[in-house]
Design a protein around this ligand. Structure first.
Ligand code: COA
Length: 428
């Protein structure tokens, strides 16, 4: 039987710190109010050079160092995020490229603040099923870019950062022992980023109404969170065969200190057993649990063989929990770290070489459609867009979205509950 152990951990937070007093310069609030209602004292905020991918890569490098795993040994990379670098390509693919993880599958996972525990659960299942040996699970967010800094109901809560773990297959009992994934889409409107998806693109109107920023019903989310923290923790402990008093450390999603205190009360577990760092980071959504796990491990609060319970909850609505036995880290090795750095340098060069080769192939062999060719370089050797950077020719966009070749009767057939005819048959 295979077990899925956490063998490496790492975090990255942007340098810039915004205190409650700094936020009080933007909206009508106070350090006292924020601390009393949430437990938050400060949050880290992305600088111009920080993004979800860059923070993910930094956290991942630290986690890989501790695990002693090289990028090209990874089988799978999962990035849990609600603020991906782009809609596509996935942030996970950007991480894969930077790490030189050329044997790894990579995908983003959208389950908001529960995303990291969802990812850990999928990774554990892949390892236990034998389809992966080494998996990198990252939780990363740049929430400062989707927060309305004029809305005091939300802007005081969130922060940026990334955390990562390496999970590895082992015959030794331990690691992730039980997990639980749940959802309730009926509460989707309680915490939502309305614009920017396929339903509502970001238009001037959407921006004017702040629909490209987080909208939240705080009280309802609070009620939901206190309910599910207790239930989910009990269920994973039960599945792992543990009682609450056997758990050494609880690592909850860091959303609000009052939610954590309420879980502590209802579970009958002293607050000292909960690892809390919300005071310094605010709510970093999918990044909050891996950042907390990393800090708990680095500070010696998490020791080998400790029994750990993590619970995440958030938009969707989603919630998830895991019971795991903490693993022994490998002794640190300087030469391994140096070798890894060389490996990432080579990965960067190889990535650039591949891009150049693709451009070269395109020039030599051409594309099927000449309108898709990049602009020819100008006389000075620079591309003709004038800024010296390669820029692909704009993809010709249809002025109207073409309608699908499906007759109207489909809609009525679907409405009346009848099975639609196969498309081919109708086109005859
Ligand atoms: N500063 C000062 N006053 C504020 C404020 C702020 N940042 N935000 C809200 N208020 C005001 C409200 O306007 C309200 O004033 P009123 O009574 O005059 O109308 C008062 O404070 C109380 O508002 P309320 O919404 O009842 O506060 P609360 O105790 O529920 O705390 C949250 C608000 C957002 C902190 C709390 O509901 C919460 O943490 N919810 C969960 C949010 C969460 O965790 N989301 C992420 C999940 S992953």
């Amino acid at each position: 039987m295979k077990y899925a152990h956490i063998t490496g951990w790492g975090k990255f937070v942007p340098q810039r710190v915004m205190t409650n007093d700094d936020v009080a310069q933007l909206v009508e609030t106070s350090d006292g109010w924020i601390r009393e209602r949430t437990g938050i004292g400060a949050r880290h905020v992305a600088g111009v050079a920080d993004s979800t991918a860059s923070m993910s890569i930094n956290a991942a490098i630290n986690a890989l160092d501790i695990a002693g795993v090289a990028g090209n040994q990874l089988d799978l990379i999962i990035v849990a995020t609600a603020t991906p670098e782009h809609a596509f390509p996935s942030t996970a693919c950007i991480v894969q490229d930077a790490l030189g993880a050329d044997r790894a599958g990579a995908f983003d996972l959208s389950a908001a603040c529960s995303g990291f525990v969802y990812g850990m659960s999928l990774a554990a299942d892949a390892i236990k099923a034998g389809s992966a040996q080494n998996v990198l699970v990252i939780g990363a967010e740049t929430l400062s870019r989707v927060v309305n800094w004029k809305d005091r109901n939300t802007c005081v809560l969130f922060g940026d950062g990334a955390g990562a773990v390496v999970m590895q297959a082992s015959d030794q009992p331990g690691g992730v022992l039980s997990t639980l994934l749940r959802s309730d889409g009926s509460g989707g409107d309680l915490l939502i980023l309305p614009a920017g998806g396929s339903k509502m693109p970001v238009t001037h109107e959407a921006i004017d109404q702040h629909l490209n920023t987080i909208q939240m019903n705080g009280r309802e989310v609070f009620r939901f969170a206190t309910r599910v923290m207790d239930r989910a923790a009990r269920e994973v402990m039960h599945k792992a065969g543990w009682t609450a008093d056997q758990v050494d450390v609880f690592v909850p999603h860091q959303a609000n200190m009052r939610i954590i205190e309420s879980a502590s009360k209802s579970l009958g577990i002293p607050l000292e057993k909960f690892y809390c760092n919300i005071e310094y980071y605010g709510n970093t959504s999918a990044a909050s649990i891996p950042i907390a796990l990393t800090e708990a491990a680095e500070s010696g609060r998490l020791r080998p063989n400790d029994r750990v319970v993590t619970v995440g909850f958030g938009a969707g609505l989603t919630w998830a929990a895991a019971a795991l036995q903490w693993s022994q880290p490998r002794p640190p090795s300087r030469s391994r770290k140096t070798l890894s750095r060389v490996g990432y340098g080579i990965a960067g060069m190889r990535s650039r070489a591949k891009r150049v080769l693709r451009r070269f192939e395109d020039r030599v062999f051409g594309t099927l459609d000449p309108t898709l060719r990049p602009p020819a370089p100008g006389r000075n050797g620079k591309s003709s867009n004038g800024n010296g950077k390669y820029a692909p020719a704009p993809t010709p966009m249809p002025t109207q979205v073409p309608s699908l070749p499906i007759p109207d009767r489909d809609a009525s057939a679907l409405e009346s509950g009848k099975q639609p005819q196969p498309v081919d048959e109708k086109l005859d």
